[in-house]
Design a protein around this ligand. Structure first.
Ligand code: HEM
Ligand code: HEM
Length: 225
């Protein structure tokens, strides 16, 4: 339940469960490492951090189905009409504050996760014409691998744009008084404008551990294929 104790005290809602927050901050580290090592040609580190990204994305797909209330895709993937209405109201400064991801933010999550899937999926079949080959390259022809290497480089550029937009959006919301960053650290959103929300972000720990184990096993299996 929302625990506002008096009319002018902010509503506090436990929004982001620990698995979602851990997922996010480990993802930031693994993506930053993959991008940096990829650009510098440090392919040993690149391939390891790339497989960590693979495990994280698989985990998030599972957690999006059985995770805490606000981590579920059904909570934040909304139809185009809702997104357009929200965006118009946001531009006019009339949008309501959402407990979980807002309709626009929900699609930015889908875009980030989708691009990461393309990034990792193509990386598995990529090659650098020198020493590094994705572990699944042997399943395809050299020309297909070259094409997927091109996709890998292109989706890397898309990822830079999405990350920049992600950070810009967080700054814009902050300027408008919505502190999203603190919530991704503590799990708790606190705001006077927040509608009454339900603090139901716990999720199921057993399910989180099981999904994490399956995700790690898949990444390990692929890496050693
Ligand atoms: C299973 C994981 C991955 C594998 C096996 C893999 C493999 C590779 C290979 C073989 C290259 C060399 C391509 C070339 O020389 O043109 C490369 C480059 C690169 N990869 Fe990955 N990658 C993986 C995941 C990732 C992830 C998760 C990211 C970013 C989040 C990423 C970003 C990049 C970048 C930025 C480059 C440099 C592209 C360039 O030279 O312009 N990779 N990767
Ligand atoms: C490599 C860079 C990053 C990637 C790939 C990334 C990806 C993501 C993803 C996938 C989510 C959705 C969380 C979920 O529901 O699972 C998210 C949310 C979020 N991220 Fe990031 N992130 C990155 C960097 C950052 C940084 C550097 C910050 C802070 C300065 C940040 C702050 C946030 C916040 C506050 C949210 C919650 C937004 C909301 O309330 O709707 N992210 N990010």
């Amino acid at each position: 339940m929302s625990d506002s104790s008096s009319d002018d005290s902010p509503n506090k809602v436990f929004v982001w469960d620990l698995p979602t927050r851990l997922f996010h901050w480990v993802l930031v580290g693994a993506v930053a490492t993959s991008l940096t090592a990829g650009e510098l040609g440090n392919m040993g580190i690149h391939v390891i951090s790339g497989h960590v990204v693979l495990a994280l994305v698989v985990f998030r797909l599972g957690w999006g189905i059985v995770g805490g209330r606000y981590a579920r895709f059904t909570d934040f993937v909304r139809g185009p009409r809702t997104v357009i209405t929200y965006t118009k109201k946001f531009i006019r400064g009339e949008s309501q504050e959402y407990t979980g991801h807002n309709p626009l933010g929900g699609w930015s999550v889908v875009a980030l996760l989708g691009t990461l899937m393309v990034q990792v999926g193509s990386g598995l079949f990529a090659n650098d014409d020198i020493l590094t080959e994705g572990p699944l390259m042997k399943l395809v022809s050299k020309s297909t691998s070259d094409f997927l290497t091109y996709i890998h480089e292109t989706s890397g550029t898309v990822l830079y744009v999405l990350i920049a937009a992600h950070l810009l959006a967080i700054m814009i919301y902050s300027a408008k008084g919505q502190e999203l960053l603190g919530a991704m650290v503590s799990g708790i959103k606190s705001s006077r404008n927040l509608g009454p929300g339900v603090s139901d972000a716990k999720g199921n720990w057993l399910a989180a551990a099981a999904i994490a184990a399956v995700a790690a096993a898949i990444a390990y299996f692929v890496k050693t294929y």
